[in-house]
Design a protein. Structure first.
Length: 130
């Protein structure tokens, strides 16, 4: 996600209006650990687009009947899964790169041989004829 996505610009009243919730709901979500808005030096909350996306996910899950503890656990597992997928993708990229490098090295290790088996067999035939 972009840095802009995490740039906290919305005050609580504007953010609550954007999300269609009461500001107290946002405070409750923050207390329960579901949202983590940034704070100004004066202590005012500032919300970002990433917070809005998280709030939308919270609303989606609570509308499906999940309680706040369940929402917290689901979101933690989703974040963990996302990190695991990113780590797996990085490992796969590294493995692909290592395999490609190994294949490039194989090609360097191959030495052209002018039909060595044929030369060997010809020498063998000559020694038998003698």
């Amino acid at each position: 996600m972009t840095e802009r996505h995490h740039h906290a610009v919305y005050v609580i009243s504007v953010f609550a209006e954007l999300a269609g919730v009461h500001p107290q709901t946002l405070r409750n979500y923050e207390r329960s650990g579901l949202l983590s808005p940034q704070r100004t030096s004066g202590g005012s909350r500032r919300f970002s687009d990433a917070d809005l996306a998280a709030l939308r996910r919270i609303q989606e899950l609570t509308n499906d009947g999940v309680n706040l503890e369940g929402v917290k656990r689901i979101m933690a597992l989703e974040a963990e899964l996302s990190m695991a997928r990113a780590a797996l993708e990085a490992t796969l990229d590294e493995a692909r790169s290592d395999v490609a490098e190994a294949h490039r090295l194989y090609r360097r290790d191959l030495v052209p041989v002018n039909n060595t088996i044929a030369v060997f067999l010809a020498q063998r035939r000559q020694s038998r004829q003698l």
